[in-house]
Design a binder for this molecule. Sequence first.
Ligand code: UGA
Length: 433
Amino acid sequence: MKIAIAGTGYVGLVTAVCLAEKGHEIICVDVDERKIDMMQHGKSPIYEDGLEELMHKNIARITYTTDYKSAYKNAEVIFIGVGTPPKKDGSANLKYIWSVVQNILEAVEHDCIVVIKSTVPIDTNDKVEKYFQEYSRENIKVHVVSNPEFLSQGTAVYDTLHASRIVIGTNDKIVAEKMLEVYKNFDSPKIVTDRHSAEMIKYAANNFLALKVSYVNEIANLCEQIGANIDDVVKGIGFDSRIGNRFLQAGIGYGGSCFPKDTRALHWISAFYDKELKTIKAAIEVNEQQKLKLIKKARKYYNSFSGLKIAVLGLTFKPGTDDLREAPSLNNIPIFLEDEASVYAYDPIGVNNFKKYYPREIIYCKTPQEALKGADICFIFTEWKQIKDLTWNDFKLMAEPIILDGRNCFELKKLEKYPLIYESIGRRTINNI
Ligand code: UGA
């Protein structure tokens, strides 16, 4: 099938290569010439495991262009995978969606299906279809389908090829059949529903997962007070299949481009309908406080960070990605810098992006050991393997081995016999100094 895809970020590009892998003929459209040029030369503009390999493997089935007119003109199906970043009030900014809709309107010459993969507020798909009905050239019918995305960054290719489910939101039987054909080589459960429900499925899923993370973080905070161990508590509840053992990793809060944005957006939507979701409001508040939890712990050891050498291990919002959006490192590092501390940061792939925020203020290190050497305190913000593999031999390079671990990277057993201070989330403090 001839498919065009608008947007070449995590959603757009990953969808493109996976649909090509399943045999479709794909044309990717982006307004960013630099990105298109990179992809034409076989380079992915984002870091994602296995993505470049699939781009190369399917080179004959994917083209990249900024020329939207030629791309949309003959496409049978056009996917929209552009960003919907939050506005100041928490609602989703749909300007990129509308800009693509406008381009499609100008370009299409036949009936086609427009599939919105981006996360959009409830009713957006209806509004877009209405717009096409009103302004499309005579005799051209553009159907709009909601097809939310459930991929996670870091495992995006795998999550798409082996989707937990494929949700198709449309009231039109023929359109639904066509969409089932698009996904016929995907061995995943398929759910056909109306557009509002499809839009809601996406928000409900992400908000539930965010809620789960905030819940476990609150339980972890309580564990610290009452002398319980969150790892054991999670193990104990996770065996209950009604609860499940995933998304119960306590830490310094969720980040990324999705949970923070989608919790705020759903909260905004619920308030708009005068049906405020109190659980989601609480999840957002808990997360905001959680992101600064290590700083509070650190104040026990230093009133001010002034003049200290601080080792920061991990900058990205989670391992496996170079994405920094809403990463806890971005909440914490400004506080260190304000105190005039010297920050030595290590991240295996996030450094180039971090340099866009802090080109000179931070010393970027090639290894964790370089960051740790002579440091007065160490903060861990991301559970990269390179960080989880560290041992006392590495931490003993510090001037004062005070380790504040926001991702529970180490078993307490592993560190408890050494002369260090180790604070993590929801577990007892080791203080052997
Ligand atoms: C999330 C969802 O998991 C995807 O299903 C969804 O498709 C995607 O948003 C989206 O809307 O596009 P993602 O943001 O890539 O995916 O990352 P997650 O793996 O969900 O992690 C989000 C944040 O929660 C990270 O900061 C992570 O460290 C944190 N987290 C996750 C925890 O603190 N504890 C956990 O147990 C799990």
